[in-house]
Structure formats: structure tokens, C-alpha cells
Design a protein around this ligand. Sequence first.
Ligand SMILES: Cc1ncc(COP(=O)(O)O)c(C=O)c1O
Length: 323
Amino acid sequence: MTNLTFNMSRTIGRTLKAGDEIIVTSMDHEGNISPWLHLAQDLGLTIRWLKFNRETWCIEREDLEALINDKTRVLALNYASNLTGSINNVEQLVDIARSAGVLTYIDAVQLAPHALIDVKSIGCDFLACSSYKFFGPHLGILWGRQEILEELEAYKCRCSSMALPEKFETGTPQIELLSGLSETVGYLEWLGKQLGGSGERRDLLKVAYDGFCDYENGLTRTLIEGLGGISGVTIHGITNNNRIAQRVPTISFTHEKLAPEFIAGAMAQKGIFVWHGHNYAFEPVRHLGIDETSGVVRVGIAHYNTPSEIEYSLEQFASVLEN
Ligand SMILES: Cc1ncc(COP(=O)(O)O)c(C=O)c1O
């Protein structure tokens, strides 16, 4: 995804001029920030920072509206944060940007393992994700609005096809990965059938993802409640039970005394993998006032985790954090 975004930001850059503005957010992963910062540096563009609201954990419409002006050309926006887990109201934010003639580039990497994406209902111009996050191979994916892809001038070998769909493919296709990706979608369809679904691929994917959402939300509630009950823990993200549907099950926390690296190491000794650090959510960590060299402990749940695994993890967290 990061590679594709570096590539596409440069391609979009061919339509921009010095003084044009790009909006990036304090909620995004660096994969949807650094490409735009480099582009701005190369072309003399202005970067405007859109901060997420620290009470709602989301990007609020009035904050976006306040940044858009007649020089704004691109909004780079994340769908769901890979640090706080919160899900933005992308339909609403894209609508605001598009009505002002601003191109919208959505990073859906963190959402794709947990919810079904519908580019048509979002109304965005570009949407990127990464198949290893939804149980497939390490292959970035970029969807673009056809009329925009047709207009843009691709960076590619002059002797290869400039027609869609190959237009933005460079070199030999990653055939093994594409094959793995097809099988991954096949797995998701199979899950849809296991959950009682029938019909076309999209219908099966919907059943599978609806199943994930309900199931993962239950595990998330248990994990948040358990972690929140351990003294010294601060969860950085939505914890309110009524707002669980507005987050993915990616839960980050810090402890008042113990460093994230220590906690992750101690959990690894118990056979539980949790991540530590800024997780490339460099700006979210800074915006929250967290030390960026130590970051947070991040726990990720997927549809294959079981209630007993969550219970076991909580027992282990308690033993590490309370002793
Ligand atoms: C929200 C988000 N965006 C972008 C990326 C980068 O994806 P990739 O590793 O495919 O470049 C990640 C990876 O963790 C992510 O979580």
C-alpha cells in the first residue's frame, strides 16, 4: 500500500502546481502521509494538517470544512486508525471534499480485515488496502475512479500499454501473489457459506463480514472491559460500549509505569503476540502526547480468535501489569 501510494501520489502530482494544497490527517498511518509530504517538498505544495478529535477519536466534519479552500487539491484520509481503531465517517468526509472539487485518497488497510468496503457508497476517488491484512499475501491494492485513471499520465515504460486496466501496472505482474489474493477472496466466500449465505460473491462476502463484525465486537467488549479494569492502564481509543461499532478491534494502551516494549516481551514469554511502538501511526502517537520512541502496546483481534483466547490474554495481561 505504501509503495502504491508513493507511486500514485507522484502521478497525481503531475496535475498539481506550486501553492496547491494537500490535506493529511493526524490519524493516518505514515503510508498515507509521507508520500504526500515528499510530493509537497518536490513541488512546493502546502500541507494542511487535519487533526482528529481527542474526545470522539474521529475526524470531525467541521474541522475538515475549516481547512478546505480554493487551493485544496487532495484529501488523504484514513478509514480506520491502526492505532486507536476508530472508524471515520468517510462517506460524509468524502462528500464534503468532493463537493469542493478535492480528490479523495482513502487508506482502508486497517478496515479491510473487519468490514466490507463499498467504494461506490463512499464516493471516493482512490482507495488503497493491503491484502496481507485481510489474510492474503503481501500485495498492495489500489482502486481508482475510472475517469480519473483514464486522465492521469502513468509513470511506466513507454512501450507498455497505457490502456486500463494495465495502465498503472509496471513490470511483470506479481502472478503468485495475485493467485494468492484470488484464493483469499475464495476463503472469505467460503466463510460466508459457512455462515448460511448464498448467491453471488458479493452476497457471500457480506454475510462473512457481517459475521466478523458481530463476533469481533463481542471479543472487543471483553478485551476493553478487562484491560480497562487493570490499574494503571490507559486505553487510547473508543471504550464506550455503545460506540463499539465505530471502531475496529485494534486496541492500543499504555501503562503508567511499564514500558510497551517490556509488556510485549513479557506477553511473548507467555505465547501471546502483541505489538509495541508507534506502529507507523507516528502522527496519532504525537497527537496523543505519547512518547514516540516507546509508543503503545497494540492488541489485534481477528475473526479466528476465540473467547477463551481473549480470557487467557487478559489473565496474562493482569499477571504482567499488576505484579
Ligand atoms: C492503516 C495502515 N495504512 C497503511 C499501512 C501500510 O501497508 P503496507 O504494509 O501494505 O505498505 C498499514 C500497515 O500496517 C496500516 O495499518
